[in-house]
Design a binder for this molecule. Structure first.
Ligand code: 3H9
Length: 699
């Protein structure tokens, strides 16, 4: 215990002269679980009762000030005192109080600080109200007290964006009273307590301040969130709670409580919190830990879109890259793409011009593969042809230094076959990036049969350096993401064959939360890629019982074009916004007539149900056969690599909201139409029988 009197396992208090010190010590981030809440109330009460202090200074041990409520408690039975009660008790203290912030004061943590009578922060610390990112709103007075200090517009900015702001900005806005250059939080707490006593650090109860109404700011923010993010109910709730800050404090707090409760009960809260923990859980596995190898210099083979994106990502993380291409033209194109990517990062405010210049200076383009002799890791990102890859890995085996890791960015090819072209299969693994590789956060780390543990752990270390979400996958056609996509992609074509229009499917899935429906995505990405893949599959011979769903898409490519790049696809783009292409309707009618299909009617819900049931079926098989370690790994692949709506938590988190029994019933019903495509995965059947969930498998 940092101080001599413990009021719980994680809160203690003591005295330095007339300054009472309260310390929260609840690693890793001092979240306000029940022991912190009770401990704080008891410590402040004891100090007030003892009457020895003229000021109370609250500080935290460890790496940060309180970083928020304990989000593991949401959805569990409530334990009093609640955090709003704690904040009210702190604000009511008869002895003036001050918070000393280091690290991050976030959410409930910053709300605790708002309830004390002054806020002092260490230089470099950050503060914010990020609750909206977890599907809720600030619920311990943040929507009521911050407007009292900083006004409604700044509160809207902080609470609706959820951003972590620098404390220096907080000083400008009145949200932080003072920034201290350096020091230990406890020493600063003593000094600030003394300043409170001396009157050189003014204190006041935030709740006593009046708020200036700002209807215009409220209305424009409300309109903005409803337009930008109609799926997230908490954003509007947050704005409305802030609007209530013009009422007397207790009335405003009651309204805030009512609004946060609605959010806590919503499925989006559960989805977003699953996403928060999932992002951390994917690398919280033995394979990601332990010894790693050096990552001081990386080689990338291939200056196409993927190779350039991967190179950009490494350069942005400060890792020097040697980029290899076979011809000068390709190399020049690669360097130009990388330069453009870095310039884009500068214009989006992601990096400074100086950092961009330094990053570009770390790029060494070369036409000689021999130049990879001293790199620690090579990422091959060339054309998806096994013969080419095998040839490259054979050469790398002779060129690269012992212990260098040899990785392929293949999207679906067999890593074991590639590894076997070398005399060092233990050094080979898959590092599957997603396009654009310097933007998309997913990295599938594919373990070959012989990949050494330290090579695999280095894959995770690379993901961390690149600020990506590394997910472990085993070898199979398409690994986790593309394999599942390959399966549910078919149901989209079946829906259109059987009666839905492409626009119906897009509307239904956008209603579900996808940023863009699959046909719009196809038009944007170019329909030629899928066309070539289907032609290749046809040449190789489709499986005997498989229903071919590609006729409509094939004819669109042959007669209309490849989407946006040719001006026509599923949609026309003459006025900019997509308008359904009437020629596509004719093609659909022609194909249906040809195949003797009588079109059925599908509601938006039918479309979502079929799509998600197909999605979940293959995802369940991927978990069952061990391609993914746990359901949460599948969820994070789709959140970070495929734009699956974050508030749904991922396909298998969503599956639990439907339940295995219902999913099995759906598959069995659909199987009457196409028993080959719709098959109940064994895992799902077992879950239905046992009454278990995917969440159970994450534990
Ligand atoms: C809230 O406050 C609601 C109130 O308004 C009202 C209530 C009525 N709870 O991210 P890291 C764990 S909502 C529980 O890897 P970093 C995290 O899972 C909350 N656990 O470290 C991880 O565990 P593990 C508002 C939490 O240094 C470990 O701590 N606050 C919480 O990269 C380390 O985390 C937020 O939204 C939590 N609140 O980043 C802040 N936070 O080691 C959320 C973290 O087992 N937190 N953990 O994997 C963050 O943004 C980052 O964790 C932070 C540190 C920036 C603090």
């Amino acid at each position: 215990m940092a101080e001599s009197n413990a009021t719980s396992d994680v809160v203690s208090y003591g005295y330095e002269g007339e300054v009472a010190l309260v310390c929260v010590d609840n690693p890793p981030v001092n979240a306000t679980g029940i022991a912190v809440r009770q401990g704080l109330v008891d410590a402040f009460k004891a100090i007030n009762d003892e009457g020895k202090a003229k000021a109370i200074a609250l500080y935290c041990a460890g790496r940060t000030f309180i970083a928020g409520a304990d989000i593991r408690e949401f959805g569990q039975p409530r334990k009093d005192p609640s955090l709003p009660e704690v904040c009210n008790a702190l604000e009511a203290s008869a002895i003036p109080t001050v918070s000393v912030i280091h690290g991050t004061a976030l959410g409930g943590g910053y709300e605790v600080a708002l309830a004390t009578h002054a806020r002092v922060a260490l230089k470099g610390a950050k503060f914010g109200l990020p609750e909206v990112l977890l599907g809720i709103i600030p619920g311990a007075g943040g929507t009521q007290r911050l407007p009292r200090l900083s006004g409604i517009p700044f509160t809207l900015d902080i609470a609706v964006s959820g951003r972590h702001a620098k404390v220096e900005e907080g000083v400008d806005k009145g949200a932080i009273d003072r920034v201290v250059e350096a020091g230990d939080p406890r020493d600063i707490a003593i000094a600030m307590g003394q300043e409170v006593i001396a009157g050189t650090l003014p204190t006041r109860r935030t709740g006593d301040i009046d708020v200036t109404p700002d209807e215009a700011a409220i209305n424009s923010t409300l309109a903005m969130v409803e337009k930008k993010n109609p799926h997230l109910i908490n954003l509007a709730e947050c704005v409305k709670a802030i609007a209530a800050s013009t009422k007397p404090l207790m009335e405003g707090l009651a309204e805030e409580r009512e609004r946060i409760m609605r959010c806590i009960e919503s499925p989006q809260r559960s989805g977003l919190i699953h996403a928060f923990f999932g992002e951390r859980a994917v690398s919280n596995i033995p394979e990601a830990k332990g010894e790693t190898r050096a990552l001081d210099k990386i080689g990338v083979i291939g200056g196409g879109t993927m190779g350039s994106g991967i190179t950009t990502s490494c350069l942005m993380a400060g890792i020097p890259v040697r980029l290899i291409e076979v011809q000068q033209e390709g190399l020049d194109r690669g360097v130009a793409t990388i330069t453009k990517n870095l310039d884009g990062a500068v214009s989006r405010g992601k990096m400074s011009q100086d950092k961009r210049d330094a990053a570009l200076a770390m790029l060494e383009p070369s036409l000689a593969m021999e130049d990879l002799s001293d790199v620690d890791l090579v990422i091959e990102a060339v054309f998806e042809k096994m013969e080419i890859k095998k040839d490259i890995f054979g050469k790398l085996d002779t060129i690269c230094k012992p212990g260098a890791i040899l990785a392929s960015n293949t999207s679906y090819l067999d890593i074991n076959a590639i590894a076997n072209m070398t005399n060092r299969p233990q050094d080979v693994l898959g590092l599957h990036f997603f396009s654009p590789a310097h933007v998309m956060r997913l990295l599938e780390i594919v373990q070959g049969e012989k990949t050494a543990p330290d090579a695999l752990a280095t894959g995770f270390a690379l993901a961390k350096k690149l600020k990506k979400v590394g997910v472990l996958a085993q070898v199979c056609d398409g690994f986790i993401g593309n394999r599942i996509l390959g399966h549910y992609g078919k149901v989209i074509s079946y829906l259109v064959l059987d009666g839905a229009s492409p626009a119906d499917v897009d509307r239904a899935l956008e209603g579900f939360g996808m940023a863009m429906g699959p046909h719009k995505v196809g038009d944007l990405a170019g329909l030629d890629i899928g066309y070539m893949t289907r032609q290749r599959r046809k040449e190789e011979g489709l499986p005997a019982n498989e229903r071919y769903g590609g006729d409509i898409a094939d004819l669109i490519c042959e007669r209309e074009g490849y989407g946006r790049k040719t001006g026509k696809g599923y949609y026309l783009y003459e006025t900019g916004a997509p308008v359904p292409n009437p020629a596509v309707e004719e093609i659909i009618n022609e194909v249906r007539a040809d195949k003797g299909i009588t079109p059925k009617t599908f509601s938006d819900q039918d479309i979502v149900d079929r799509y998600m049931t197909a999605f979940i079926s293959e995802a369940a098989r991927v978990v069952e056969d061990g391609t993914a370690k746990r359901p949460v790994d599948v969820d994070m692949v789709f959140l970070f690599g495929y734009g699956f709506p974050r508030h749904r938590g991922g396909p298998l988190h969503y599956a639990d909201s439907i339940g295995a029994k219902e999913l099995v019933a759906r598959i069995e019903a659909y199987a009457k139409e196409d028993p080959n495509y719709w098959q109940v995965p064994d895992l799902l059947r077992k879950m239905a029988e046992d009454g278990t969930t995917f969440a159970d498998m994450n534990k």
